[in-house]
Design a protein around this ligand. Structure first.
Ligand code: ADP
Ligand code: MG
Length: 350
């Protein structure tokens, strides 16, 4: 299920409009008691990690720096070897696959995107199709399609070199390159980490919109809990020493952190963060009060957190909700919000 915080990113944007040629299947990834010990290291970097990442979901790996996020990710495409245990993609061990084939089936996006500086944008995006031996026309058409998809005009940017683009634009090119051969799995290691907050938010929204259409399995590494909550269908929190602290949906983790480490990691404002996952049109509101049209009002696609903020800012104790068709649909009070937080917790526990 697409959770509510992503709802704001719905609609047609720069990254939408996929053609049918870009809808391969997604892969299920299983970490089965995976341990990684680097040579000469006293403690493992990843310690007995077991996880099932459902096909088609964005699965976020998050944790403190040095917690083993990059190590876990790089064992999937065998940039790092597994010491014990196994990782399977749709049931097949990564160690049983030809390493070149394995990597061609995985789109890989990293923070400092690693575009080839001496190649044009067009040629960068065409890297994998060329390796796969696609003919010129097909490669070129795919390159144009992908640049459009990530919001870059191929006529304007195709012939430029990476140094002639902004950081955010380079990140878009990196994304296009990773998707070129339509891999069923994408690994993204802090892909938006080095980008200013405004561009970052735009890239996040664009990627969510894009993902709704392409539905690949994405393993997404970040150290930013807000990014994790926004991007993830599933979140795996790693603690120091590469041990799994908790695995679940953003809602599960925010409402039921397993221990103090997770509670601290998600932040004291986890209740507010949960409210940011629900929109007014997804919750049970009270019937409209008399003179509803004289009260503070909010559009129905507002998150409960934003509605609450609007109430506090306006010094109001309630507000009315206006639906898409222009009708008032219900009444939000502090009580409704309080009840929502307690009910959600029960639902999750049940
Ligand atoms: P994260 O991505 O969560 O910041 P990493 O996976 O990069 O963490 O690192 C996890 C741990 O493994 C750290 O303690 C790091 O120092 C160690 N480590 C990472 N790469 C190597 C390596 N090539 N050799 C030895 N130790 C490493
Ligand atoms: Mg890392």
């Amino acid at each position: 299920m697409w959770h509510a915080s992503n709802a704001g990113a719905r609609g047609r944007g720069a990254l939408s409009g996929m053609s049918s040629s870009t809808s391969s299947s997604a892969a299920e990834i299983v970490f089965d008691h995976v341990t990684k010990r680097y040579a000469n290291a006293p403690k493992p970097a990843i310690d007995d990690l077991s996880l099932t990442l459902p096909a088609g979901d964005i699965c976020v790996l998050i944790g403190p720096s040095g917690g083993g996020k990059t190590t876990a990710m790089k064992m999937v495409n065998r940039l790092i070897s597994i010491t014990e245990g196994d990782i399977t993609i749709d049931g097949t061990s990564v160690n049983a696959m030809d390493v070149t084939e394995l990597r061609r089936g995985i789109g890989y996006v990293i923070q400092q995107i690693g575009l080839f500086p001496h190649l044009t944008i067009e040629a960068n995006v065409a890297t994998v199709p060329r390796l796969l031996g696609w003919d010129k026309d097909r490669t070129r058409a795919r390159g144009r399609e992908l640049l459009e998809l990530v919001g870059l005009d191929p006529d304007e940017y195709g012939k430029r070199y990476p140094a002639q683009l902004s950081g955010g634009q380079r990140q878009r090119v990196g994304l296009a390159r990773a998707m070129a051969a339509d891999p069923p799995l994408m690994l993204m290691d802090e892909p938006f980490g080095a980008i200013d907050p405004i561009t970052r938010e735009r890239l996040q929204n664009d990627f969510l919109r894009l993902h709704e259409e392409i539905r690949k399995t994405v393993v997404f590494v970040t150290h930013d809990i807000d990014e994790a909550i926004k991007m993830g269908h599933q979140i795996a929190i790693l603690r120091e020493g590469g041990r799994l602290a908790q695995f679940g949906t953003p809602e599960e983790i925010l409402s039921n952190p397993t221990d103090d480490f997770v509670a601290q990691f998600v932040g004291a404002d986890r209740g507010l963060k949960r409210l940011a996952l629900r929109r007014l049109d997804e919750i049970e509101l009270l019937p409209l009060p008399k003179n509803g049209d004289k009260r503070l009002e909010c559009p129905a696609d507002t998150t409960v957190a934003d509605a609450l903020s609007a109430m506090l800012t306006a010094g109001a104790r309630d507000l009315v909700v206006r639906g898409k068709d222009g009708e008032l649909t219900g009444h939000l009070t502090f009580d409704v919000v309080t009840r929502l937080l307690s009910t959600q917790e029960d639902e999750v526990r049940a």
